[in-house]
Design a protein around this ligand. Sequence first.
Ligand code: MSP
Length: 524
Amino acid sequence: MDKRFYLTTAIDYVNGAPHLGHAYEKVVADVIARARRSLGQSVFFLTGLDEHGQKVQQAAQDLGRSPQAYCDGLAVQWRSFVEALGLSHDDFVRTTEARHRHIVTLLLERLHASGHFYKSAYRGFYSVKEETFLTEKDRNPDGTWDPQWGVVQELVEENWYFKLGEHQAWLVDHLERHPEFVQPAHRRNEVLGFLRSQKLEDLCISRPASRLSWGIPLPFDPGYVTYVWFDALVNYFSIPAALGDPVALAALGAPAPAGSTLSAWPADLHLIGKDILKFHAVYWPIMLHALGAPLPRTLLVHGWWQKDGAKLSKSTGNVVDPLAIIADWGLDAFRYYVVRELAIGPDGNWTDEGFRVRYNSELANGLGNLLNRAVNMLNKYRAGVVPAASNTLEAAATAATAKARECYLDNDPQGALIAAWELVDRANLFVEETKPFHLAKDPAQAALLDSVLYNLVESCRILAVLVHPVMPGTAGKIFAQLKTCGEPSEWRQSTWGGLGEGHQVGAPIPLFPRKDLAPKPGAK
Ligand code: MSP
């Protein structure tokens, strides 16, 4: 059984409303998953929901509902959000599912049995909103607490702690030896800087059930539930384990079931936002190291979106509703824009004008116009029949394909689109240079016209394969118009010369209707 390329997204808080930031991360992960599949790798792509914790318990209580019923209702919306984004995930985890809870319980038992936890009394301050303990360092100079912490309570309580500090030197060493572990590099430097300058405190992994019942009970002390992050991070591991992954199960001391079909652990890629770096680059590897499980290969850390230079915020109305954009402009236009606009790493800024400009210039006038002209002229001048093969644009197509492949494998989908658009632009320029509409008027130029038409339709066919991971629907439409057999989802279809002489293409249908007078994108 070959190990799959295993990638994950962060699991979203079920009680938040899905927004552009969530959509971006999920789409980028989907593009990487589709590109790997296209390139012949078998993939396991996991996304899902983070459902435990104080905020969920409180919100459910305020509505007079049980936390489970509250989560079940919200999970329906989140699942339809994921559908609307066209994700090709292989599984969808909810942390309230029995399969996840079971593995978290086994993991806690094992870490407890091997002495990684201890119980201790704590006196201090607690932020209910952020579900975290605060120290004097978190206070403002005037002694007050920053509003980000919400209500801060003074507490004296016994809790369970994970001996995080013991592993600090090991983690520094791991980060030094594995530059690929945190990408981009400046995020790795951030983690190393923190680890080299501060002593790692042990991590409180429990909450008394009297105060918070909506969590996974500690198997060795029923008066407590598991701290939500300790539960949530395990999702990446619990799902392969629950599906019978032998490596994950071995780390838990459990045998793999006969006939288990999944080999995914360790994860190849965790895609996360910059705000949750510490949880993933410090807590998570230490948890796995303590368990004796192999570590994920790479944490890929993306930036945050703003809109018009300001934070996305429901209360101020500064929002971008991905579902509204998709309804107005189409799913592929949305996916294209977020991937093309923002490299994985820096922060991005959504502007409605920026969206409209890319839509019109790159999709409608770029790829859409190229296909439309190519299929239209082939129908008009050659009754839709593909002429003999010609290779004027072959070098440009081969270069774009090689570059796009390299970018996809480097988890740089923006770079792959830039490479593909070099071919779009080259082919559109080729139309201007060769002027097939003039050639068509001169019977002596018939052979040259044949050659131009071949190069144009063949470039379109290859472009369908190159853009497929980002715009699967569009790629399918291109193949359908060209009536070509094979699937644009297979990279091997991108070799020059796939369209055979005498092949009959279909009628032209615009891919991206121009929307100069379209309603404003974005805001509700
Ligand atoms: N539940 C935790 C993650 C647990 S992973 C074991 C969480 N949830 S979240 O819903 O707040 O965020 C989910 C993801 O969306 C995170 O990776 C976060 O960085 C990302 N984004 C949230 N807002 C964002 C933007 N404005 N822009 C881009 N991504 C952002 O954290």
